[in-house]
Design a protein around this ligand. Structure first.
Ligand SMILES: *Cc1c(COP(=O)(O)O)cnc(C)c1O
Length: 340
């Protein structure tokens, strides 16, 4: 199978499986798992935060961040397209009694400070208390500029808000900008990282923040059913993901560009290679009504894509240059049929 649906489909490498096999473990709810403890200390240091907590998923890590920054009746500002608004089942509202205040994302994924300011509520019993700004990087494959992050820091300082980053794919952002991860993380009070996407771990995300914030998150994680026991098996995978797979993201980005450039040569297909910044390519067809057929016909050839218009294609560890060439050949002949 050549699977373009997401970078979540990556499977653990042999070295990762070996590390999981060899992991020292204990009961992490008692704080006894040496692999989890070492991972949390190491990642906090690597990203210049005081503390870190290992979580079952990015959704859980974002929810813990929101519930630790905000009290009942608070609100967070975020993008209309933000994962932690749109794609996490309304968890902040359901489980945290926290209200989102979404703001339309600009074309480049940023949020306009003038618009954000207009949504900050006065301190008054009529209103929820605005306490947090949550950004996402990358967002739909786009990288937020470092200059924008610096402005966001100034903005939250001026308005006495906290600043969170949903950094599910923050290593893709650092790779695209060719900077150390701390060049990005330095602006935030908290940040999440997904290990189970392009970094190739089977399970797991991290939340980073101050000692006090992570202590709160640790309590909420248990309340939400996320207290795990011999989780060191997963910490071992996480360690390999960060140590061995960050450097491979560059290849995913190069592959995405190659994919976009070659798709664009096909009559009836449009991508914008100039807009490919990381590992995602968005594709439009001149005959969108053919998409369902395309999905089915490709599946018969062991190629998986998600339906949608534009179609989102994601490159990752388990997709090679040769796989992309195979895909280009198959999709070219299918699209040619639709043109008649
Ligand atoms: C995938 C993703 C998440 C959630 O991660 P899960 O592990 O799927 O829960 C959060 N934010 C962004 C931007 C993501 O892409």
């Amino acid at each position: 199978m050549i699977d373009f649906r997401s970078d979540t489909v990556t499977r653990p490498s042999d070295s990762m499986k070996q590390a999981m096999f060899d992991a020292q473990v204990g009961d992490d709810v008692y704080g006894d798992d040496p692999s989890i403890n070492a991972l949390e200390t190491w990642v906090a240091q690597q990203h210049n935060f005081e503390a870190a907590i290992f979580c079952s998923s990015g959704t859980q890590a974002n929810l813990l961040a929101l519930m630790s920054h905000c009290e009942r009746g608070d609100e967070y500002l975020c993008g209309q397209q933000a994962h932690n608004y749109k794609f996490e089942g309304g968890g902040a509202a359901i489980l945290g009694s926290i209200q989102p205040q979404p703001v339309e994302n600009e074309k480049d994924g940023t949020l306009c400070f003038t618009k954000l300011k207009s949504y900050i509520k006065p301190i008054d019993p009529h209103f929820a208390r605005t306490t947090l700004l949550s950004l996402e990087n990358t967002i739909n494959g786009k990288v937020l500029p470092l200059s924008y992050l610096a402005q966001a820091r100034d903005f939250v300082n001026e308005h006495k808000l906290q600043l969170h980053l949903d950094g599910a794919r923050v290593y893709n952002a650092a790779t695209a900008l060719n900077v150390e991860i701390t060049e990005i993380s330095q602006y935030f009070d908290s940040m999440t990282i997904c290990l189970s996407k392009g970094l190739g771990a089977p399970i797991g995300s991290l939340l980073l923040g101050s000692t006090a914030l992570i202590a709160k998150a640790r309590r909420w994680r248990k309340v939400l059913g996320g207290g795990m026991r011999q989780a060191g098996i997963l910490a071992a995978a996480a360690k390999i993901a960060l140590a061995e797979n960050v450097s491979k993201l560059k290849q995913d980005h190069a592959n995405a560009l190659y994919l976009a450039q070659n798709l664009n040569k096909i009559n009836g297909v449009t991508t914008n290679p100039d807009h490919v910044q990381t590992n995602m390519v968005f594709v439009k067809l001149n005959k969108p009504s053919c998409i369902d057929h395309l999905v089915t016909a490709l599946k018969a050839k062991d190629i998986l894509i998600s339906p949608g218009h534009p179609i989102r294609l994601v490159t990752h560890l388990d997709i090679s240059r040769e796989d992309i060439d195979i895909f280009i050949d198959e999709i070219s002949s299918l699209i040619a049929q639709y043109q008649n």
